[in-house]
Design a protein around this ligand. Structure first.
Ligand code: NAI
Ligand code: HPV
Length: 534
């Protein structure tokens, strides 16, 4: 069945065409996102949800989204998506981090000029027939200090444009390196220094707990008298009531506001104040940017839903469309290794070590580690995948270490998983053969070569005669057909293991018969997410 996507915000129709061309069914309902009850009602019919900022993907929506695999944000900010809730449910959240950045930077520059020259008010007055030439005295931007708060994709474009306008550009961003600042031709400063020196301040940080309300009474008090402030990032960065007061007192000479604490903003303390220029979250609204983000989000979502490729995901490592086919068998192997360890481990896991040996060490090991963890945790929690597994592992306090090694044995590639609990340390290793099938090659340090099937039985025993006969007889009597039987031991008469690939599940009663034998130490039924051979 073709995957189904709902477009619930105003995306360019380019997205619809791309979804269809790539075999994805699409419902284009650009106003539906604003109706949260309607969205709640229909969301369980979709594998993907494509949005802008109007649709709020809340915990409640996510809880109702039984089929949802991916949320695609045609734009940058994902503060309208409950990412922790999506991750816990295994839903990938992706955005398009560059498609609208030039456009948004241009809007910030437009706001700087609009505020410096009071263009909107002058326009309204002129068109009202007033010709108030002396009312609208502006300021030049050349030679003024532009303070950029948040110098990422958009902030650095604004900074470059500011340099082009012959402004002195200073920037505060904890992650801005000195080299990057030099390359941009700007000065890296601390925030209080920026507040003291800037004639214009423009905000370009994401909305986080740290940045929420960063422009408040105290911050405003540190600023130059007559400062002008532009916000084309997120409304919550500014305490609107504090800014309104500072504008009224003349401390702040003007403000260009594209984004609001509450959107749609139908009222605001900033409305009606002289020299406040407002736009209704238009930062990304150009034909070029909307084409870019619609095309990109549709490609990314379709690639994920039809080919398993992951790009620009906020909550999952990227997997390119080219690497997806090579990686897929190793993802399966990683899941099986995790699933093996998860099913044989009954105590709480304290740490996990994953070694990538040979060619696999050059692959996307972040994704493979997520797959190991998904397999490991699935034995306890059914509803887990590569997105949610790392979070669940962290919540359970499991320490994870990942090591990469050059080829160290006969296999071109193998993955070895070691799981440590309070009581013991267990290890299992596996590889993928040229047929693309995963195999276990070592358990507890004992070499083995076992194809992995949907139903398996794992026994540990003392190496003694009669074990093969015992298993064959007991399973035969119970009508369980053995497809593959693999044995291994550390030394003659030492520790031995057996892995049986069986055509149907083996009941506990049957296994009890096996367990009753004096040389058998344990017998466990195992299940792997491998389709049965037809
Ligand atoms: N008005 C609109 O229509 C649009 C608004 N946006 C918003 O613009 C903002 C910036 O987007 P991008 O530049 O693409 O993001 P980005 O992630 O490339 O850059 C953000 C920068 O902020 C920095 N930062 C984080 N915390 C900070 C703090 N406490 N103080 C100073 N800097 C801090 C980060 O280090 C990063 O360099 C986002 O909030 C995004 O949602 C984006 C597109 C359109
Ligand atoms: O990309 C972003 O972060 C934006 O804020 C753009 O929002 P929009 O897609 O225009 O609703």
């Amino acid at each position: 069945m073709a995957p189904r996507v709902l477009v619930s915000d105003k995306l360019s129709e380019t997205a619809v065409q791309i979804f269809r061309d790539r075999g994805v069914e699409v419902d284009f309902q650009p106003n539906l996102g604003k109706d949260k009850d309607k969205l709640l009602e229909v969301i369980d019919q979709y594998d993907g949800l494509a949005i802008r900022s109007a649709t709020k993907v809340t915990e409640k929506i996510i809880a109702a989204a039984s089929r949802l695999k991916v949320v695609g944000r045609a734009g940058i900010g994902v503060d309208n998506v409950d990412i922790p809730a999506a991750s816990k449910k295994g839903i990938i959240v992706m955005n398009t981090p560059f498609g609208n950045s030039i456009t948004t930077a241009e809007h910030a520059i437009a706001m700087i000029f609009a505020v410096a020259r009071q263009i909107p008010a002058a326009d309204a007055s002129t068109q009202a027939g007033k010709w108030e030439k002396s009312r609208f005295m502006g300021v030049e931007v050349t030679g003024k200090t532009l303070g950029v708060v948040g110098c990422g994709n958009i902030g650095s474009i604004v900074a470059q444009r500011g340099v082009g306008l012959r402004m002195r550009v200073i920037a505060f961003d904890p992650f801005l390196s000195q080299e990057r600042a030099t390359q941009l031709g700007i000065e890296k400063v601390e925030l209080d220094d920026l507040f003291k020196r800037a004639d214009f301040i423009t905000l370009h940080t994401p909305m986080t707990d740290k940045t929420r309300g960063m422009i408040n009474k105290d911050a405003l008090a540190q600023m130059k008298d007559g400062v002008r402030i532009v916000n084309c990032a997120r409304g919550g960065l500014i305490v609107e009531a504090d800014l309104a007061e500072a504008l009224k007192s003349g401390k702040v000479a003007g403000a260009g506001i594209d984004v609001f604490e509450t959107e749609p903003a139908t009222e605001s303390p900033l409305f009606g104040i002289e020299n406040v220029v407002c736009t209704p979250h238009l930062g990304a609204s150009t034909t070029e940017a909307q084409e870019n983000v619609a095309l990109q989000v549709a490609e990314q979502m379709a690639d994920y839903l039809t080919r398993g490729a992951v790009s620009n995901a906020i909550n999952m490592p990227s997997i390119t469309a080219e690497e997806a086919p090579i990686l897929t068998p190793f993802v399966k192997l990683a899941e099986c290794l995790g699933a093996f360890a998860g099913q044989v481990t009954e105590e709480a896991i304290s740490s996990v070590e994953i070694v990538y040996d040979g060619l696999v060490s050059d692959m996307n090991t972040k994704a493979l580690t997520s797959a190991v963890l998904a397999g490991l945790i699935r034995s306890q929690v059914a509803d887990v995948n590569m997105v949610s597994a790392p979070i669940m592992a962290r919540e359970r306090g499991i320490q994870i270490t990942e090591a990469k090694r050059d080829k160290s044995g006969v296999f071109d590639s193998f993955i070895k998983l070691t799981v440590v609990t309070e009581k013991q340390t267990r290890s299992v290793a596996g590889t993928v053969f040229s047929d693309g099938k995963p195999r276990f090659i070592q358990i507890k340090g004992i070499n083995i070569d076992a194809e992995i099937g949907e139903h398996m039985v794992y026994t540990t025993n003392n190496d003694a005669p009669g074990i093969i006969g015992l298993l064959g007889t007991v399973f035969g009597k119970a009508g369980v057909n053995i497809a593959n039987f693999q044995l291994g031991r550390n030394r003659p008469g030492g520790d031995a293991i057996a892995l049986l690939y069986v055509d149907s599940p083996v009941s506990n009663e049957v296994l009890d018969e096996v367990r009753a034998h004096k040389e058998i130490l344990s017998a466990k039924p195992l299940k792997f997410d491998i389709p049965p051979v037809a």
